[in-house]
Ligand binder design. Structure first.
Ligand code: ZN
Ligand code: ZN
Length: 423
């Protein structure tokens, strides 16, 4: 990037001010400080993404409604589908738990693909998709078809203990939808779309005087002195409020984390499922389920269930707690280690929902009460709530706060330079 024209962009993760080369739209630019991607190459155009989104919207009803697998119980075929699992759970009195599954496996995938389509339609009619773009970035982590796909495999393993199980051909529709959604995840480029729809908001020139600030919502870097008509500090492009102080953000993280921890207590104590086999009812807690699989010799399933429903939620809470304390007490620990931990909680957050998806599938197959009857327990709701709350908690945890502390430790007497926190 030596002699080339460049523009200024603040890094979303470490808040460094970086010069990115212009006219290199198809190449990836990384932050030299923290390696966060500032501009990604290999993304698709809105048109191509809309075609994928349209295929998802068409396939989704089939993927969600058609049977994924079936078992033969005393000559009666019983089918399980995504919708069937949600419905079974809701009609058995677990409305809130059923809603959580509905939200992540049906509502959000549909909303996500529809938003991409809507943005394409808005380009046709010349409408500016401010809210659609904001919602698109926010909805991403709640689309959990990939998690559901793994849940199908785990449920199949579990049910094989009780009955002969077969996958239906229709499962292809579901697998295809899950793969297309993942492809869309990787290929959408909201950063570019913001620039295309709002071309009048130029990126900052490299010789810009004055402090640059970043809007975390639309990733627009602009001059700090820009305010709206009422004098409020708002992003000129997406109009989101930038006046939220670090203190308020930290309070949000604490509040959701503490609520999540409280939910984890009943989630681990109460039974998460009840199995009635040959007249005998056994209620299993999360740990009980793992021990059961160990005693049956299914070590792989035991490991998957243990990691997804016990190791991940607890380690996630511990990591968020540690990062919060590191911010409060301004600990001088390795920032790269802290970033690795933060990326870990962001990545694993959604995967804990696996357990609830497995429960829904098992319930739709085994809730008959002939030889075996299976039902979810009260812990399922608390478990789901704990997953949701810790996901919100980690998404509110701003990496820039940790970097700011790191920089203050590095240059204790100097005034914060260009690369200090902007909010
Ligand atoms: Zn960075
Ligand atoms: Zn913005």
């Amino acid at each position: 990037m030596k002699q080339e024209e460049g523009y200024l962009q603040r890094c979303l993760e470490c808040d460094s001010l970086v010069e990115v080369a212009k006219n290199r739209k198809n190449q990836t630019a990384c932050c030299p400080n923290c390696e966060e991607v500032l501009q990604s190459g290999g993304k698709w155009s809105l048109r191509r993404c809309a075609i994928i989104a349209l295929s998802i919207v068409i396939l989704l009803p089939f993927a969600l409604y058609l049977p994924l697998m079936n078992i033969d119980l005393l000559g009666v075929d019983i089918y399980a589908s995504v919708w069937g699992g949600v419905w079974k759970m809701a009609t058995n009195g677990y409305h809130y738990t059923a809603f959580m599954i509905l939200f992540c496996s049906i509502i959000m995938p549909f909303a996500f693909a529809s938003l991409v389509l809507l943005i394409r339609v808005q380009r046709w009619i010349g409408y500016r998709p401010r809210y659609s773009l904001i919602l698109l970035s926010r909805s991403k982590q709640w689309v959990m078809l990939d998690v559901y796909l793994v849940a199908l495999v785990v449920a199949a393993y579990k049910i094989r203990e009780y009955a002969t199980l077969e996958f239906d051909y229709y499962i292809i529709a579901f697998i295809l939808t899950a793969l297309l959604t993942t492809l869309l995840f990787i290929k959408i480029n909201p950063r570019q779309w913001w620039e295309d729809f709002y071309p009048e908001y130029y990126p900052l020139e490299k010789d810009h005087q004055g402090r640059a600030t970043l809007c975390a919502e639309c990733e627009y870097t602009f001059d700090e002195n820009i305010v709206d008509e009422k004098g409020r500090h708002r992003c000129p492009r997406c109009e989101s409020n930038l006046e939220v102080s670090d203190k308020v953000k930290l309070q949000r993280v604490w509040a959701t984390l503490i609520a999540g921890v409280i939910m984890m207590i009943p989630a681990n104590i109460l039974p998460i499922s009840a199995t009635e086999l040959a007249g005998k009812t056994s209620a299993d807690s999360l740990m009980g389920g793992v021990l059961l699989f160990l005693s049956l010799g299914s070590y792989t399933v035991a490991a998957i269930v243990f990691i997804a429903s016990i190791a991940v939620p607890f380690s996630k809470v511990a990591v968020i707690f540690y990062l919060l304390l590191a911010i409060h007490f301004r600990w001088k620990h390795s920032i790269h280690w802290q970033m690795k931990l933060l990326h870990y909680v962001h990545f694993v957050g959604r995967w804990s929902m696996l357990d609830l998806f497995v429960l829904a599938l098992m319930m739709s197959l085994l809730e008959r009460g002939q030889i075996i009857s299976f039902s979810v327990g009260d812990a399922a709701f608390y478990f789901g709530m704990a997953v949701f709350l810790t996901m919100i908690s980690s998404s509110n945890l701003d990496a820039r706060m940790l970097w700011q502390i790191h920089r203050e430790h590095q240059q204790p007497r100097e005034k914060p330079s260009d690369t200090s926190g902007s909010i």
